[in-house]
Design a protein around this ligand. Structure first.
Ligand code: HEM
Length: 405
């Protein structure tokens, strides 16, 4: 089928930036769902916007691979081998089994009292005056939890904030800007903040291989699946994936939560009055503002989505944010309605790569909100605050100056 041309006088050919929030992007996505549900942009990337098409793509890993090497030559295999989210079947199932040791429902449930203790400590250490919620709470809470789960020393956790900042600030490069292209190439080849994190994790895996402790990383480097052990490179990559995926998204959601409650005081009051509503409010927040607005897939063969031909070796952007606002599935999708039911959002993905840490994330977010409500009667974003978001693949706020009493 012939590709439809976009009327470029009316609508931007590329997704708008989220640096000042998602309003402009949401309006663009709405137009795209209506006019161009499967769209080839000027760079040649295919974008998939509707809920049912997002499901089709995510449920078919044979056709829509997660491994960029399918399409983008030259990325060294050692950079990603071991990372769950970019591994295809059958290796994917093996990795998921290994990582599953740390994330069984029982282990996650047992971790709940530690999540409470960690949260309690962070709240106790907050200064009385205005503070940055991201620096002092929404980043360290999930970072400390995932570090403890993996067996990363607590004193190393503050280092992750600087690495995360650099990783989140790594923009999709402008092809005409040499400096940006060079920075992106450095990251792609394993340098920059990613390189520092990799060196850190390789060293830690090496230490645990030499002398095992009672933690996940020790179990991982000694585990055998189908008679094979993970090499240090694969183990380090898997740990990096678990570490980053295990706190960056949750940090973003905690930030969105604070802003959503600040902007909707009646919802905050309702949740304070009836804490049973909190889990549904978290699901609605995940639907409304997913921290990963999109992720990529790579076609292995010529295929078709919603009648649009997509050739083999194409990059396909799967728009979670758009699927979560698809009016065919969610009534009044742009309103933030904590009573929405059912709420089958895809903020945690779909299919074999469905988020590994969804249960943990839900526990962390619920615990955080419950305990913030317990400690403070009044939580407000400082009135003069300029809220800025990272210009990155993640939708995450940089800082939230908060007044709480
Ligand atoms: C609210 C917080 C979170 C959100 C919104 C989120 C979202 C997602 C999404 C959309 C995917 C699918 C990506 C794809 O299909 O390509 C995913 C995968 C993944 N998530 Fe999360 N995530 C969150 C928290 C966590 C936590 C706490 C962990 C803890 C370890 C985690 C670990 C992972 C891993 C390892 C994968 C890859 C799974 C696979 O490929 O089999 N995530 N997440």
């Amino acid at each position: 089928m012939a590709e439809q041309e976009l009327n470029r006088d009316e609508i931007s050919p590329m997704p708008p930036s989220v640096q000042n929030g998602s309003a402009e992007l949401l309006a663009w996505l709405k137009r795209m769902r209506q006019d161009q549900p499967v769209y080839r942009d000027p760079v040649g990337i295919y974008h998939v916007f509707r809920y049912k098409d997002v499901q089709q793509v995510t449920l078919d890993p044979q056709t829509f691979s997660s491994d960029s090497a399918t399409v983008i030559p030259g990325v060294p295999a050692e950079l990603t081998s071991g990372m769950l989210s970019v591994t295809d079947p059958p290796a994917h199932a093996k990795l998921r089994k290994i990582a599953g040791q740390a994330f069984s429902p029982k282990r996650i449930k047992d971790l709940e009292p530690r999540v409470v203790e960690i949260t309690e400590q962070l709240l106790a250490d907050l200064p009385a005056a205005e503070f940055d919620f991201v620096d002092l709470f929404s980043h360290p809470q999930p970072a400390l939890v995932i570090a403890e789960l993996l067996g990363i020393p607590r004193e190393d956790v503050p280092k992750f904030r600087a690495w995360d900042e650099k990783l989140l600030a790594t923009q999709v490069p402008d092809r005409n800007n040499e400096a940006e292209m060079a920075a992106a190439a450095e990251v792609a080849m394993g340098g920059g903040a990613f390189g520092e994190l990799k060196a850190y994790m390789l060293e830690l895996c090496g230490k645990r291989r030499a002398q095992a402790e009672d933690d996940f990383i020790s179990a991982l480097v000694h585990a055998e699946v189908d008679g094979e052990r993970l090499g240090d490179n694969e183990a380090a990559n898997l740990c990096i994936q678990l570490l980053l995926a295990g706190h960056v998204s949750t940090t973003a959601v905690l930030g969105h939560l604070l802003l959503a409650l600040d902007g909707n005081p009646e919802v905050a009051a309702e949740l304070r009055a009836d804490r049973e509503l909190i889990p549904a409010a978290i699901e609605e927040l995940l639907r409304h503002q997913p921290p990963a607005p999109k992720f990529a897939r790579f076609t292995t063969v010529d295929t078709e989505v919603a009648g649009v031909a997509i050739p083999a070796k194409s990059v396909v952007m799967v728009w979670v944010l758009s699927a979560n606002h698809d009016e065919q599935v969610f009534t009044e999708p742009d309103s933030f309605d904590i009573h929405r039911t059912p709420n089958k959002h895809v903020a945690f993905g779909h299919g074999i790569h469905f988020c590994f840490g969804s249960a943990l994330a839900r526990i962390e977010i619920r615990t955080a909100l419950e305990m913030l409500f317990d400690k403070f009667d009044d939580i407000r974003v400082a009135p003069e605050a300029q809220i800025e978001y990272y210009e990155s693949e993640m939708f995450a706020v940089k800082r939230i100056p908060l007044l709480a009493s």
